[in-house]
Design a protein around this ligand. Structure first.
Ligand code: AMP
Ligand code: TRP
Length: 330
């Protein structure tokens, strides 16, 4: 299958992102043709410092390779390096309705309280639809918060196909399970997040062992003192058990057994070692890659391969819509 996903270039990528999403990107390389895009054009829907944006884009790309995306197998590139995204987005904008865009909860949330919002924030889901349809993508792994955007992408593809014939492949979303939700360490009622003020609320993929240990040792638990999975009554300990299980590949009941009669201190301390041990090779590879010629080459080559695929789709789209006179550079 052809798999496509996009990730925003932001800092603070944490173990929630990794366990809930990025790790699946790596697994999907097995037996599929994967295209992973760093969506820097989506990032500028809110103002960004230019130098910071470029640096964030490279950070995410390096992190992708560090967690095991293999540029020889998967296509990894920055969205703005492939002109087809913007080109197809315009075409799709003419096939979508302002009413359906107004219903997007993400737009409603982000524009709430403002008299006016950037037009790009409003048309964001169309650019996302273009990302997906440009590559005839069949499967799109994303967080469940993206469900509405995937539905819109499918609606637009079906609408165009009904009018103009089989122009687009209609993609399926693959939504990450709720079970993969990693909660904040200082408040287990909230999701672990990139933007939370307290850095001890999350474990970022590039944290060193001291920071990982400090965040886990300070994590909110309860006064019962037994290491038992009970998300309702013991959300803090249950979240730590989930993290332990995800990094060690041990099932939760086995971890419960291992720590029967042990205090939270011992459990947390060993969890810190397990997490730090799992993240150390990622950090090491990241440091090697981030400023390397290998990263630049992987992104250049990824963009070239993406341009070849998207060029074929755009030729088909333009033919179907009656656009262009074939006088362009091709
Ligand atoms: P975002 O932080 O919104 O850019 O998320 C990027 C990806 O990570 C999305 O697919 C989210 O569903 C996933 N994700 C974000 N936060 C968490 C979390 N705390 N637990 C599990 N998955 C998460
Ligand atoms: N909107 C997605 C998010 O915030 C990112 C994204 C942009 C994306 N284009 C995409 C995801 C195409 C999947 C496919 O997470």
């Amino acid at each position: 299958m052809r798999v496509f996903s996009g990730v925003q270039p932001t800092g603070n990528i944490h173990i929630g992102n990794y366990l809930g999403a990025l790790r699946q990107f790596v697994d999907l390389q097995e037996g599929n043709e994967c295209i992973y895009c760093i969506v820097d054009m989506h990032a500028i829907t809110t103002p960004k410092d230019p130098a910071q944006l470029r640096s964030d884009t490279l950070d995410v790309a390096a992190l992708y390779l560090a967690i095991g995306l293999d540029p020889a197998r998967s296509i990894v590139f920055a969205q703005s390096d492939v002109p087809g995204h913007a080109e197809l987005a315009w075409t799709l904008m003419c096939c979508a309705y302002t009413g359906e865009l107004s219903r997007m909860t993400q737009f409603k949330e982000k524009s709430r309280g403002h008299e006016s919002a950037p037009a790009g924030l409003f048309t964001y889901p169309i650019l996302m639809a273009a990302d997906i349809l440009l590559y005839d993508s069949e499967l799109v792994p994303v967080g469940s918060d993206q469900k509405q955007h995937i539905e819109l992408c499918r609606d637009i593809a079906i609408r165009v196909n009904n009018r103009l014939g089989d122009v687009f492949v209609v993609p399926e979303g693959r939504f990450l399970k709720e079970g993969a939700r990693i909660m904040s360490l200082d408040d287990p009622a909230a999701k672990m997040s990139k933007s939370a003020e307290n850095p001890l609320s999350r474990i970022s993929l590039l944290d060193d062992e001291a920071k990982i240990r400090k965040s886990i040792m300070r994590a909110t638990t309860d006064s019962e003192g037994s290491v038992r999975f009970d998300p309702e009554n013991k959300p803090g300990i249950s979240n730590l058990l989930n993290i332990y299980s995800a990094f060690s590949c041990l099932p939760v009941p086995e971890i419960e057994k291992k720590y029967e009669g042990a205090g939270y201190g011992a459990f947390k301390s060993e969890l810190a070692s397990v997490a730090a041990g799992a993240l150390a090779p990622i950090k090491e590879r990241y440091t090697e890659i981030r400023h390397s010629a290998r990263l630049a080459a992987a992104l250049r080559e990824g963009a070239e391969r993406a341009r070849a695929i998207s060029g074929r789709t755009m030729a088909r789209v333009k033919e179907s819509f009656g656009l262009g006179l074939g006088a362009g550079g091709g």
